[in-house]
Ligand binder design. Structure first.
Ligand code: SAM
Length: 267
């Protein structure tokens, strides 16, 4: 019986759209600029489109892949690289602080399905110091939200969360033709670099994210409405924030100011 891996049919449930465009692949790898001294982690290597050039450039790479049917193909394809390590499993359940150990911050790379990417970014951001940077291919609309500015239609919970922790750069868009099978929407590459020092520090991060979630509860309503019960008119005055503003006009610093005010009030 042959042990050769069978040809793989893309699986919808794992969000499999495999990159095929060599021009786009090398553009992504140039944006990542992998170096030998990096601790590189690729999430969802699939059939190895990014894996190969990353391994070539850095000489080593760890991958996390959920679809066990893809593992034999990856082993065969990359057996000649001694620095190639496969973690079989769900990237959402990985303990990134433990994975990092004593080494340098992780550089995380991935072309991910949207339903995995957003919770994964949040999980990675919360593992704080363990991450040097992240490069992800996501739906363009999600990249626009991550990289949005206050006042714009895209500014929301995800933008505040991401920009509280990281500098966010939208790098370039990738059309559906670059993949097999083709996704229905455009994709884009985003770089997230955790701040070496947070520009503004929430005394209680959970409270900050509760406040942001409540504030964006109804985008058309004012802060006064959405945060009703949390802050009195005197409190808004002390904060120097007009409660008649809409949630999408506030900066990260203003959200942190509100959360820190509430944290001090309750202590
Ligand atoms: N990197 C390859 C490429 O660019 O051609 C594959 C990209 S495909 C969009 C997404 C990959 O992520 C698939 O290989 C899929 O099996 C894997 N994947 C999906 N959910 C995952 C998860 N929770 N943890 C790890 N890998 C996952």
């Amino acid at each position: 019986m042959s042990s050769r891996p069978q040809p793989h049919r893309a699986r919808k449930r794992f969000g499999q759209n495999f990159l095929r465009d060599p021009g786009i692949i090398s553009r992504i790898v140039r944006a990542i600029a992998p170096r030998e001294e990096d601790r590189l982690i690729e999430i969802g290597p699939g059939q190895g489109a990014l894996t190969e050039p990353l391994l070539e450039a850095a000489g080593h790479l760890e991958v996390i892949e959920l679809d066990r049917d893809l593992i034999p193909g990856l082993r065969v394809q990359f057996f000649r690289y001694p620095g190639f390590v496969i973690h079989e499993g769900d990237a959402l359940k990985m303990d990134y602080a433990a994975l990092k150990g004593e080494g340098p911050g992780l550089r995380v790379v991935g072309n991910l399905p949207y339903n995995v990417a957003t919770p994964l970014i949040i999980r990675l951001m919360e593992s704080g110091a363990a991450i040097a940077d992240m490069h992800f291919m996501l739906q363009q609309e999600v990249v626009e939200r991550l990289a949005a500015s206050p006042g714009g239609a895209q500014w929301g919970r995800l933008s505040v969360m991401a920009q509280y922790h990281c500098r966010v750069e939208s790098l370039f868009t990738v059309p559906p033709e670059a993949f097999v099978p083709r996704p229905k929407v455009d994709s884009a590459i985003v770089r997230l670099t955790p701040h070496a020092e947070l520009p503004c520090v929430a005394e209680d991060e959970n409270l900050l994210f509760d406040v942001v979630r409540e504030a964006f509860g109804q985008r058309r309503k004012t802060l006064r409405n959405n945060l009703k019960g949390r802050l009195s008119s005197t409190a808004w005055e002390q904060l120097s924030i007009d409660p008649g503003r809409r949630p999408q006009t506030l900066t990260v610093e203003e959200y942190v100011r509100i959360a820190n005010f509430l944290a001090r009030e309750s202590s």
